[in-house]
Design a protein around this ligand. Structure first.
Ligand code: NAD
Length: 288
């Protein structure tokens, strides 16, 4: 079945829909004929995108939601089921980045990554899944992991850890849904490669106080460099929707190199090799 056949006419709830991948998923979902609930902590961004999609003939509902707060996500679910309709697609997408050595990472920045990237996904599942199970219609849950969910690099440890966590959480969730016999619920993990977004600009770093700011900012710059080659978010969304419609579990925006990273990870684990440092790039203030 095509993505349009599966999703047209349904309701999609997308967290972090105000920018980047979430906005791309929302634009594509709207083009497929879905009603899109744009949930974001940034009210202005959600409102602006809703205005754009509604002006183009779509059905978009902006919603302020902080995925770190279980009550905020629960209130979103109540509102959606009361005012919009049963959810066909839940995308737990909101996520944040963090650069710097782990030992330099401010506790608040560590908590930000865990609270948004990991607890945010859990809050989405806890708020929406019982309602989706009860409704009994075919419905889908996508959780945003990353190529960083199957690769390890220095200077992004909290983020990489969080994306491994989301991948494992999603795999466990798929097993639990099968274990409980909820055959109408489809759980899928999204693993983007580089997609154009604001994530590196809004990423946390480290404080001046004896921390290695240079190393943290060097990694941020390396990631910003990748942005030049990054995929357009609507194109990424189309790839993800099409793979989901094929019934794949792992949804890869760039199957070539994300797939290669999965193979590399599997090989490292199978051969019990220690991680190998591949990058040693330094920050050069003269180029800033
Ligand atoms: N862009 C990439 O290359 C890439 C690659 C792999 C994985 N991802 C994952 O894709 C997801 C989306 O990232 P992006 O790159 O589009 O980022 P982005 O920064 O462009 O967008 C993230 C959105 O989430 C919102 N947000 C942040 N904190 C929130 C909160 N507490 N509650 C609700 N909304 C919140 C922001 O306001 C923003 O609109 C993340 O989970 C990220 O880890 C991105």
């Amino acid at each position: 079945m095509s993505a349009r056949d599966l999703y047209s006419g349904g309701v999609a709830v997308i967290t972090g829909a105000g920018a980047g991948i979430g906005a791309g998923l929302a634009r594509h979902a709207s083009s497929l004929g879905m009603t899109v609930v744009l949930a974001d902590i940034d009210a202005g961004a959600a409102d602006a995108l809703a205005g754009e999609l509604n002006a183009a003939g779509g059905h978009a509902v902006p919603a302020v939601c902080d995925v770190r707060d279980p009550d905020s996500v629960a209130a979103l679910a109540e509102r959606v089921y009361a005012d919009v309709g049963p959810v066909r697609l839940l995308v737990n997408n909101a996520g944040v980045e963090q650069f710097g050595y782990l030992w330099d990472t401010p506790v608040a920045n560590w908590n930000r990554v865990v609270d948004v990237n990991v607890s945010g996904v859990f809050h989405g599942i806890r708020a929406f899944l019982p309602k989706m199970i009860e409704a009994g219609h075919p419905s889908w849950v996508w959780n945003l992991s990353s190529i960083g969910g199957v690769a390890v690099v220095p200077l992004q440890a909290p983020y990489i850890m969080s994306k491994h966590a989301v991948l494992a959480l999603t795999e466990c969730l798929a097993l639990e849904v099968a274990h409980a016999g909820h055959d109408h619920i489809h759980v899928q993990a999204v693993l983007p490669g580089a997609v154009v977004s604001n994530i590196f600009e809004s990423a946390g770093g480290v404080d001046g106080d004896g921390s290695d700011v240079e190393a943290a900012e060097s990694q941020r710059l390396a990631m910003l460099d990748i942005k030049a080659e990054a995929m357009d978010p609507v194109t990424a969304a189309q790839v993800v929707f099409d793979q989901a419609a094929e019934g794949r579990f792992y949804l890869l925006t760039q199957p070539d190199y994300v797939g290669a990273a999965m193979t590399e990870r599997a090989n490292v684990l199978a051969s019990q090799r220690a991680p190998i440092l591949r990058t040693a790039r330094r920050f050069d203030p003269a180029t800033q």
